[in-house]
Design a binder for this molecule. Structure first.
Ligand code: PPE
Length: 306
């Protein structure tokens, strides 16, 4: 169960956790139009906490709203400040941050109108390793989902729209119920797309390969890993690949705010590489955690101090 904190920011003010409730006729509950973000705040090695790539996450939230065709009734600066205030007032040094913008009660029917207010909430909580401590350390087992990832003209895949996640819920549930840790989702042409809540990388001949920004969410961790790898002299290509190319890869891993960098040790019951996190995955993991904890000045501008 999610660990309760004392306060949630709702429509401009911090209110008690229990008071952050919504009306059952909120449009988003029925039809799924809304947008959210997932952001992490880490405690730095020096003791001070900082939010990782806050500006990029706030920008993506506004992009999602623009794509969805609704307007966030606050500025980027106000949302940024609200996130920092919610963290400070809850006294969390490390947290997962969940801003959600949703369409409230008013008009019913698919079409929302000016009668439906746009609400914004920001909750924070402690969230450890998304796929378990052991998964983060030793790698996870994944299966190809029977569900495809969205076609680009069925859902707006560049947006983190609430309803897009019905597809993720179906895939994740199927994967877990059949004994796997996570679902690998193919695009509608049959190429590897992403996971239910993560982007994917494979390693071949010492180089990284990741899905191009076609039908996938443009992950901020993905972009960070590409920059980190290139900074360490590891070549990266953004190119479609098939599931058999994943099977024969030397290494593979998922990236995401929640999942961070999680190694994949097995796909569809086939061992990847040695079946243990490989050297490139471990190197990137180590460097990623050094960056988020403020140990690498080169990427200091990715951190917003609390
Ligand atoms: N693809 C999808 C579909 C996705 O949901 C995420 C984040 C990513 C890729 C990686 O994006 P980024 O976080 O910017 O690197 N998934 C979020 C929600 C997870 C959840 O279960 O809730 C997250 O990691 O916060």
């Amino acid at each position: 169960m999610v660990q309760k904190t004392s306060l949630i920011w709702m429509d401009g003010k911090l209110i008690p956790w229990e008071a952050a409730t919504v009306h059952v006729l909120s449009h988003t509950i029925h039809y799924g139009m809304g947008a959210f973000e997932g952001i992490r705040c880490y405690k730095g090695t020096g003791g001070a906490s900082a939010v990782f790539r806050l500006e990029e996450h706030v920008d993506r939230l506004f992009d999602s709203a623009l794509i969805g065709g609704f307007e966030i009734p606050y500025s980027r600066e106000e949302i940024t400040e609200a996130i920092l205030e919610t963290l400070r007032k809850n006294g969390l040094e490390e947290a997962y941050i969940r801003p959600v913008v949703f369409i409230g009660a008013g008009a019913m029917g698919v079409l929302f109108t000016e009668e439906n207010p746009i609400h914004v909430c920001i909750a924070v909580w402690s969230w450890g390793a998304y796929l378990g401590d052991e998964g983060l350390k030793k790698g996870i087992r994944i299966r190809t989902s029977s569900y495809n990832r969205h076609h680009v003209n069925v859902m707006m895949t560049k947006a983190k729209i609430c309803g897009n996640y019905v597809n993720s819920v179906l895939a994740k549930k199927e994967a877990v119920e059949t004994g796997f840790d996570e679902a690998l989702m193919l695009d509608t042409d049959g190429y590897v797309a992403e996971a239910s809540g993560e982007n994917i990388f494979i390693v071949r001949d010492g180089a990284l390969k990741t899905t191009p920004l076609t039908s996938i969410l443009p992950g901020i961790t993905r972009a960070s890993v590409i920059a980190l790898a290139r900074g360490r002299g590891i070549p990266v290509v953004e190119q479609r690949f098939t599931r058999d190319e994943l099977y024969t890869a030397e290494e593979a891993f998922f990236t995401g705010t929640a999942a961070e960098i999680t190694p994949i040790r097995e796909a569809d019951n086939r061992r990847i590489g040695t079946g243990r996190p490989g050297p490139i995955t471990l190197d990137l993991q180590e460097n990623f955690f050094a960056v988020v904890r403020g140990e690498n000045r080169k990427y200091g501008d990715w951190l917003t101090p609390l």
